[in-house]
Design a protein around this ligand. Structure first.
Ligand code: ADP
Ligand code: MG
Length: 680
């Protein structure tokens, strides 16, 4: 692949002033020395004084300057956790919360989960003693339910604020309000060097504290022509860098787990084939669902003579800093949620990243020395095709979850909530409508008893509704399993390249009539019968760690059943009940087979069954889906065959018998008349 050098990202350090501070050297130095070497350290006293003098402080600093790992420690050392008060530091990503907490625990010489811990959905690594709490922004949001004034916290640090996730944005509004009532609460908003003026304005002109970064120049290269297959181009470019460039580790940005695993496999494969012709190349993935021991590996120093390549999602853009990166390879894509409030369809798509993102990525190459960033797109594309910044998530996602939460917090007038950027009016309206349809809100928009229960469960409203409905259909055991399996979604089966046929056979063996939710149930049940065995997983091409996670999630949800007044019961093999309970939650996500394929029932959108689905070849007349994913087409993932009559049974207020009539009934004599269920 041919690259042309085009521009340079200016640094504030001279390229010649490169300190030979390699990762190895750093490891040899004591941890305290490393702490003192971070850009934030010289500002420790000044920063603490600013925090003492202002209730709200915006902190701006280059990625890697020590905001996340150091500032909470400074506050701890300064006594902000006296009298059992806690410090919260929020992260938009689970992996970041875990990894940073682990790092800080090590720096403080304590066991993770004691003084320093993390809390992410379905995983709580904190204890009574935990005073430094790293948590996802979503978890702090849930804290408001049990402690609306955050009374046990002395400091709340909203970190990575520039990411503008939905949860971070909502936190802003809530925290601003709490701060008015609690003058002693300190609020820190930490961000990479983006958007800080906006945060300041939002928080009534709060002062901005700037930590000057340490940044070396980065040469930026573009491809001469667009690359058709960026994954292949990535692999080729990594090897090219490895063979032609001086020492230094490589960071590659891809969009998600599947892609990252594929790239890692391709890289390892080719390295193996090249054998001793090339130097050793360590290939390390990092993405949200990677188990923590694997996550830790990316931080280990590269052995002398070898080179490390870290293949990451945009978690490595600003949340995590890996020492020793000199080369960045940027295909220019990220996975983004988008939402169409007219159709209510949410989809996750691979889209070009923004210029701001591309520049953050490039900046990662200039942390320890002058670096190089190779962009797998043309200079023209950068100029003309990339958006300036990423649209805040609140403007491109469904809001059901958040609206339910805000309603539970007693915030009724959502139109006038203090949003940094307001969501589209239609999105808000649709969220209210959907919550009404699910029975969470009454016609006045007030929270119902059922809505209050739904908010108790840390899952999406439709999933909560499904769990609540399992009471009526006496199948909570099965529904808990389905819910848990759905939340580890898409990482259940694995398919090694050399055993594709075996893996596919193993998967098909789990198929049950009815659809994918029952397949998930079947996998889990058989695994449980095997005594939760890892050997069983291995033999059946099932991912053991996904199953273990499903089991954790299931246990936690089971623990919440009592709170939402659902008793434990089993359907005893009567899967119709399970399917009806699922329909009670997901009646919004339905599609019917028409002469031109599947159309969603209400909006008449064309959709397709995902080729991995157990129903791919069966083409049932009516089905529901768990989610839509837009890749080459709008694919429905995790689909379940349903009867149209069930829709009237579970959501009579939403469906009219007339719209569920089947125009094809007469042309399909076999299926005419009574439904399977009516026939018993
Ligand atoms: P910021 O939040 O300003 O981006 P951080 O506090 O995350 O900066 O990082 C400060 C330094 O700590 C970085 O130089 C990084 O290399 C180091 N660091 C962070 N996490 C780890 C880890 N898990 N292992 C080793 N070093 C780490
Ligand atoms: Mg940080």
């Amino acid at each position: 692949i041919e690259f042309v050098r085009a521009t340079q990202l200016q640094g504030d350090e001279e390229p010649s002033s490169i300190p030979s501070l390699s990762a190895q050297d750093q490891q040899k130095e004591s941890i305290q020395a490393v702490r003192r070497s971070l850009p934030v350290f010289p500002f420790r006293e000044e920063l603490l004084a600013a925090i003492a003098n202002h209730q709200v402080l915006i902190i701006e600093g280059e990625t890697g300057s020590g905001k996340t790992t150091q500032i909470p420690q400074y506050l701890f050392e300064e006594g902000y956790t006296k009298k059992g008060m806690k410090i919260a530091c929020t992260q938009p990503r689970r992996v970041a919360a875990m990894s940073v907490a682990a790092r800080v625990a090590r720096e403080m010489g304590v066991k993770l989960g004691n003084e320093v811990g993390y809390s992410i959905r379905f995983e709580d690594c904190t204890s009574e003693r935990t005073v430094l709490r790293y948590m996802t922004d979503g978890m702090l949001l849930r804290e408001f339910l049990s402690e609306p004034d955050l009374a046990s916290y002395s400091v709340v640090m909203v970190d990575e604020a520039h990411e503008r996730t939905l949860h971070t944005d909502i936190l802003f509004g809530l925290i601003k309000d709490v701060a008015r009532f609690r003058p002693e609460l300190k609020v820190l908003v930490a961000s990479a060097t983006l958007d800080t003026a906006r945060f300041s304005t939002f928080f009534d002109d709060a002062p901005v504290f700037r930590i000057p970064g340490r940044r070396f120049p980065v040469d930026i290269f573009y491809t001469k022509a667009p690359e058709a297959d960026y994954l292949e181009a990535c692999v080729v470019s990594v090897l090219q860098i490895h063979v032609t460039q001086p020492p230094g580790d490589i960071l590659v940005f891809l969009t998600g787990q599947e892609e990252i695993e594929a790239a890692c496999e391709m890289l390892q494969d080719r390295c193996r084939r090249l054998g001793s012709k090339i130097r050793e190349l360590l290939v390390l993935p990092i993405y949200a669902n990677l188990p923590s021991d694997m996550q830790a590996r990316i931080f280990q120093p590269t052995p002398p003579g070898a080179r490390k390549v870290v293949v990451a999602t945009n978690i490595a853009e600003t949340s995590l800093t890996i020492e020793g990166i000199i080369y960045v390879l940027d295909p220019g894509f990220c996975k983004q949620k988008s939402y169409n409030p007219r159709t209510g369809m949410e989809s996750l798509t691979v889209t070009p990243c923004s210029k701001a993102s591309a520049n953050q990525r490039a900046g990662r190459a200039g942390r320890v020395a002058a670096g190089k960033c190779f962009r797998l797109y043309t200079a023209w594309a950068y100029q003309h095709e990339l958006e300036e910044t990423t649209v805040p998530e609140i403007q491109r996602t469904s809001l059901g979850n958040v609206v339910l939460l805000l309603k539970s917090l007693g915030i009724h007038d959502l139109m006038h909530f203090d949003f940094l950027d307001p969501p589209p009016y239609e999105t808000l309206l649709l969220a209210l409508e959907q919550l009404y349809a699910l029975g969470a809100l009454n016609h006045l928009g007030e929270l119902t008893t059922s809505g209050r229960k739904m908010a108790e469960l840390p899952v999406d409203p439709m999933l909560s509704k499904m769990i609540l409905a399992s009471e009526k259909y006496s199948c909570s055991e099965e529904i808990l399993t389905v819910a848990a399996m759905l939340s580890v979604n898409n990482s259940i089966f694995y398919r090694p390249k050399d055993k594709v046929v075996h893996a596919d056979n193993a998967r098909v063996n789990f198929f049950l009539p009815g659809g994918d939710h029952l397949v998930l149930l079947n996998v889990y049940t058989q695994w449980a019968e095997s005594g939760y065995s890892s050997q069983w997983c291995y033999e059946n091409f099932v991912q053991f760690r996904s199953m273990r996670r499903a089991r954790d999630v299931r246990e936690q949800l089971e623990g919440l059943l009592e709170r939402v007044e659902v008793g434990l019961s089993s359907c005893q093999g009567d899967y119709i009940r399970v399917r009806k309970a699922i329909t009670a939650g997901y009646f919004y996500h339905t599609a019917r087979l028409t002469r031109s394929g599947y159309r969603t029932v209400k909006q008449q959108q064309t959709v397709f069954v995902h080729p991995n689905s157990s129903l791919f070849e069966q083409q049932p007349r009516w089905l529901l889906y768990h989610e839509l994913v837009l890749t080459t087409k709008e694919f429905m993932r995790q689909v379940l065959e349903i009867e149209s009559s069930w829709l009237l049974e579970v959501a009579p207020h939403y469906y009219k018998a007339k719209e569920l009539e089947d125009p094809h009934a007469k042309k399909m004599p076999k299926k005419i008349g009574k439904t399977r269920e009516e026939l018993g």
